[in-house]
Design a protein around this ligand. Structure first.
Ligand code: FES
Ligand SMILES: [Fe+2]
Length: 358
């Protein structure tokens, strides 16, 4: 005879994992999307004729490389009947929709319609984003207006080649960049004593130099100089000069907002040997030259060990506004004032298209 089994295990109903800190916000954000350049995809991931899809400000963006090597970033959905162009193909300089084979040119205009069509539908234009390929990456402009500035070359070719690693973190671009202004955490979270020069604000650029000392007992403490430059809230460069070791590390950070409180944070790094050559520096440089690129992942791993502790903080913190700042905390106030310029009155949209529900 069939019998109901007694409840085998009451533990089944136990609540698990409640001690884990949760993200500061889920599906919403106290800060809107900032207008900036963001790294969409490393150049190495988009060969000739390739099509890829990336997320930016709650939208899919399709990025492709034409036969002649140009890169374009476009709205993901075809303006004809809405197919996703991430399934499309590149033909010459055009992207071709997989559904009815309309081909769109560099400006998003229909180059030709699919076989069997006799004319082009009216008002059928594919919105295109401004793009810049530099620093081993493809950067797209997300803004209410066209960009009035571009981003500079920073990871130059005489360094070890730039390699990007991307992390998914529940936070916001402004929170990521504020890290540089918060000099107390550099000691208390990362273990470096730090002194900051005043931040210099010039339009869309904020520059800040830090003198850092890292105790590495029993060796003498390591002195570093970090020159930080933010170009908007989506492109940040850090040049770290370790004179004693004859090394310069260059780090590029681009936190791309994919959702209201979530970024895909790309970190690119490269190394360069620098004069002056002291005795230790000569040893390090010899090792570096002998091992060549093999040294790069090691330096990368050391860098990421530092950033991991930031990830833990960012991925569960709240945005405090106004910030309750104590004396000697670094230029957090000036940073926040400077950051305001990237939030135009009109909310930042990727494109003003009637078919986009934001
Ligand atoms: S939906 Fe793209 S061509 Fe028809
Ligand atoms: Fe940090």
């Amino acid at each position: 005879m069939w019998r109901m089994k007694p409840q085998a295990n009451w533990r089944h109903f136990a609540v698990a994992g409640e001690s884990e800190p949760t993200p500061g916000y889920v599906g919403r954000s106290p800060l809107p999307y900032p207008e900036s350049w963001y790294l969409l995809i490393p150049s190495a991931e988009l060969g000739t004729g390739k099509v890829a899809t990336r997320r930016l400000m709650g939208q899919d963006v399709v990025v492709y490389r034409t036969t002649s090597g140009h890169v374009r970033a476009v709205r993901a959905h075809c303006p004809h009947l809405g197919a996703h162009l991430g399934h499309g193909t590149v033909q010459g300089e055009n992207i071709v929709c997989p559904f009815h084979h309309f081909a769109y040119d560099a400006n998003g205009a229909i180059a030709h319609v699919g076989p069997g069509y006799t004319d082009k539908p009216k008002h059928c234009t594919l919105p295109v984003l401004h793009c810049q390929e530099t620093n081993g990456g493809i950067f797209a402009w997300a803004g209410a207006n066209s960009p009035s500035w571009t981003i500079p070359e920073f990871l130059t070719s005489h360094h070890t080649p730039a390699r990007y690693i991307t992390y998914d973190v529940p936070t916001h671009p402004q929170e990521v960049l504020e890290n540089g202004a918060d000099i107390r955490h550099v000691l208390l979270l990362h273990g470096y004593s730090a002194a900051s020069q005043p931040a210099v604000l010039e339009g869309h650029i904020l520059s800040q130099d830090l003198d850092l000392i890292r105790p590495i007992r029993p060796l003498p403490p390591l002195k570093l100089r970090a020159e930080i430059q933010h170009h908007g809230l989506g492109f940040s460069t850090i040049r770290i000069n370790i004179a004693a070791l004859g090394l310069e590390q260059r780090i590029l950070v681009s936190p791309r907002p994919v959702e209201p409180w979530r970024v895909h944070m790309a970190i690119g790094a490269s190394i360069r040997l620098t004069p002056p050559y002291g005795r230790e520096a000569a040893l390090v440089q010899r090792a570096f030259k002998a091992t060549g690129r093999a040294m790069h992942p090691l330096v990368y791993r050391l860098l990421m060990r530092e950033v991991n502790s930031d990830f833990q903080i960012w991925s569960s913190k709240k945005y405090t506004n106004p910030p309750r700042i104590a004396a000697g905390e670094g230029p957090i106030g000036p940073f926040r004032k400077w950051a305001r310029q990237f939030y135009p009155e009109q909310p930042v949209k990727l494109w003003n298209d009637v078919n986009d529900a934001h």
